[in-house]
Design a protein. Structure first.
Length: 60
């Protein structure tokens, strides 16, 4: 393998690692967001059950 081929292989490996890290970071953020949405959904359900139905009142 020539020196230029080694540089090309190293460049491809570097780009691959960078893309892999990017995908891992995005996957971590997505998992966190899914957890937060699930928590908010559960809080909304609990609040809906805990509060009695309110009457609509005209304002103004």
């Amino acid at each position: 393998m020539t020196a230029s081929e080694k540089y090309v292989a190293a460049a491809y490996a570097f780009v691959f690692v960078v893309v892999l890290l990017y995908v891992l970071i995005i996957a971590t953020k997505l998992a966190r967001l899914e957890r937060e949405v699930a928590e908010l959904t559960e809080l909304a359900r609990e609040r809906r059950v805990a509060e009695p139905e309110r009457k609509a009142v005209a304002v103004g």
